[in-house]
Design a protein around this ligand. Sequence first.
Ligand SMILES: Cc1ncc(COP(=O)(O)O)c(C=O)c1O
Length: 396
Amino acid sequence: MPAISQKGQNMPSSPIRKLVPFAEKAYKANKTVFHLNIGQPDIKSPQLAMDAVANHNLEILAYTRSEGSEPYRAKIADYHKRNHIMVEADNIIVTTGGSEALLFAMGSVADTGDEIIIPEPFYANYNGFATASGVNIVPVISKIEDNFALPPIQEFEKLITPKTKAILICNPGNPTGYLYSKEEIKILAEIVKKHDLFLIADEVYREFTYDNLKHYSILEEEGLDQNAIIIDSVSKRYSMCGARIGCIVSKNKEVMSAAMKFAQARLSPPTFAQIASEAALNTPQSYFDEVIVEYKERRDTLIEKLEEIPGVQVGHPKGAFYCIAQLPIKNSDAFAQWLLEEFDVDGETIMVAPAAGFYSSPGVGLNQIRIAYVLNKESLIKAVNILKKALEVYKD
Ligand SMILES: Cc1ncc(COP(=O)(O)O)c(C=O)c1O
């Protein structure tokens, strides 16, 4: 038998998707499953994006330019300027989702065996992108007890080696909902400038901030143009996960020309999806205002209900639409599987994401789960009630 590569063997399965076969079993047993495991919003995509595709007048579904269509990039630059990020179309390469932007960014700044420091817990697929890129993730631990605040600078500096190429943050954070303050971004800016590193910020949840807190982008920070790389996406912003459109944004010309070579190798981002995403940029602010009110109410309901369960500790999200909950159990992998295979309340159960996959430190997060609040409030209340009842009877 031909052998699978070491890299193929090392690729981690997504903790968000690996329980799918057990969910299938639950459906077959006629159970209703509340999906708290995946960040697929139930909010409708903007109608104008759907209409733009329906009303297209293309005769050939051709490739676009590797860096993305010109009018779309120009409109993305305008969008960023409205958000105090002063970039031009040249500073933007359109990608197939934020996922590809992450791959291009890692590929452009790090070689095999190089290191990227990431506060953990972090978006689980960073593990997959790092493995695919041959990059080692060096985690800096942020703790639920501190509500996942930025660890002290000394913690970063202790981890910097000659192989360190970048610090990667997710702001607002998936899975923690953590929103970095302006002061924290300034601290990170000082570290990367002092040590000549890149600062990569995954800002795909930029719009989703609560309690009147404002997102502060790394490209708003003066003097960081050569270090800063933003990862962006339409997936969550416009509830358009299936479009598969994102972008990489940087004012560093060398980064952009390296990323451009990766972009050329895969020819072009999807054409219809760029048409939809360009139209989505005309979405009125009122869309976001409504969506944010909805998410905030969901967050408040979720956190309140979770905190009523004995032994459960929850990080308080200030942005995005996820939280980490620490449960009075030993192994959330087994618990999540048991919920699907063996437990239900009147034919209903829940699917959660075990949090260990959001850490790269072995043995950390084993008693935690990530919850995505992408369901309406009634469903969330039912789902947390199922969790509560499950914890009353579960033995691990
Ligand atoms: C933090 C973060 N970054 C990037 C992505 C990738 O999203 P996409 O490839 O759909 O743009 C996701 C998706 O869930 C995410 O949560």
